[in-house]
Write a protein that binds this ligand. Structure first.
Ligand SMILES: Cc1ncc(COP(=O)(O)O)c(C=O)c1O
Length: 385
């Protein structure tokens, strides 16, 4: 139930990668046979990623994952005096990059979401200044799964001549990607969120986008990302992308959404719970098919995460450890939740291999764990602020 943290390799991905560790170990820059075999594998992977993004092969850049893609978009495009627009619910790979840029004379506006978790494109439009050079907005939020109106934001970027980056790390494999439809210049994905290997990712870089490489050295990736290609990782990412494209067409994602909906509906029957990512009428907004985020009043989220772990259920809570202190989720706080409710929220994010039996197990152990913790909780007794 924690697929948004990471996913296991699918067997087909593992098998596709295997020959590239020992047998076909060549450096893709070498001109001899070993190098050419590696080069062919990288070229084929690039074709698959181009199909995955709906772009040209030459617009695909392989890298180390989502953090690198996000950092590249900001550090590679912005110069002192520029202004950047992003949102307050982005991943720390964007937020921390923006904070670093502030020390170099680059200001960022962090647009807040509506209580539903949706960014209003009108707020993006309002934040534009003459110096605005980049807009960066995520496709799917990692905590709530909420899908952002990126096509509308892409139109705003196009109309105003501003570069547009999409962090699609949590959307890839869950919705069909289409960089042409989105109107973006840059888009980042990570293999390990879609059943590929950790430490591997890719970026769409629209032809002519003047993004500078973070890493300099050799002329790899058309000088857009130096460093010997991680051939096995790239092959694994391509296999994962190929399988993801199948899953989007063969009903797997619809099945996943139905499983998630059943889980969510049943959990919400527990008194003192509610959905994070719902509109004013309590209806869920558009979300990635695998994710639901639910608050539980009168208990401590961390205690529930641990209680569930002891029952074999892995979930993430609404707080994270920063510099030794437990802070409530910046995403849920930006959506207007109070600290206690943000802390006592759980994210359930299903693997695409999740089964009815997995959901049944959660529904068996969760109500009991909630009841037990509420009986013990100082929050319930009103003795904890
Ligand atoms: C939305 C989002 N962006 C970026 C990242 C970072 O990706 P990576 O783990 O590949 O560095 C994550 C990972 O949790 C994420 O959820």
């Amino acid at each position: 139930m924690d697929a948004n943290a990471t996913t296991p390799l699918l067997p087909e991905v593992f098998e596709a990668m295997c020959p590239y560790w020992m047998e076909h170990f060549g450096n893709a820059s070498s001109i001899h046979m070993h190098g050419q075999r590696a080069r062919t594998a990288v070229d084929r992977a690039r074709e698959t990623l181009a199909e995955f993004f709906n772009c040209h092969d030459a617009e695909v850049v392989f890298n180390s994952g989502g953090t690198e893609g996000d950092n590249t978009a900001l550090f590679g495009l912005l110069h002192p005096g520029d202004h950047c627009i992003t949102t307050s619910i982005e991943h720390s790979a964007i937020l921390e990059a923006a904070r670093r840029l502030a020390q170099h004379g680059i200001e960022t506006t962090f647009v807040a979401p509506q209580p539903s978790g949706l960014i209003d494109p009108a707020d993006i439009l309002r934040a534009i200044r003459p110096q605005t050079r980049l807009i960066s907005v995520m496709l799917a939020n990692n905590e709530t799964g909420v899908l952002q109106p990126i096509e509308e934001i892409g139109k705003i970027a196009a109309d105003t001549g501003i570069f547009f980056h999409i962090d699609a790390v949590q959307g890839a494999g869950k919705v069909k990607l289409d960089v042409r439809r989105y109107g973006c210049h840059l888009l980042s994905i990570s293999a390990h969120k879609m059943h590929g290997p950790k430490g591997t990712g890719a970026m769409f870089v629209r032809r002519g986008t003047p993004v500078e490489s973070l890493l300099v050295g050799g002329s790899h990736e058309r000088r857009r990302r130096a460093g010997t290609e991680n051939v096995a990782g790239i092959v694994g990412l391509a296999k994962a992308a190929e399988l993801a494209m199948h899953s989007l067409g063969d009903g797997t994602i619809d099945r996943l959404a139905a499983l998630r909906d059943r889980l969510e509906t049943e959990i919400l029957r527990i008194p003192g719970t509610g959905l994070n990512g719902a509109d004013a009428h309590g209806e869920p907004v558009a979300r990635a098919a695998n994710t639901t985020n639910i608050w539980f009043d009168h208990l401590e989220g961390e205690a529930l995460v641990i209680a569930l772990d002891l029952k074999g259920v892995a979930v993430s809570g609404g707080s994270a450890c920063h510099s030794g202190a437990t802070e409530p989720s910046h995403v849920l706080m930006a959506m207007g939740l109070d600290k206690n409710r943000a802390r006592a929220s759980l994210r359930f994010s299903l693997l695409k291999t999740a089964t009815d039996a997995d959901v049944d197990h959660v529904l068996r152990v969760l109500p009991e764990a909630v009841e037990h913790l509420r009986a013990l909780s100082p929050v319930a007794a009103g003795t904890l602020g």
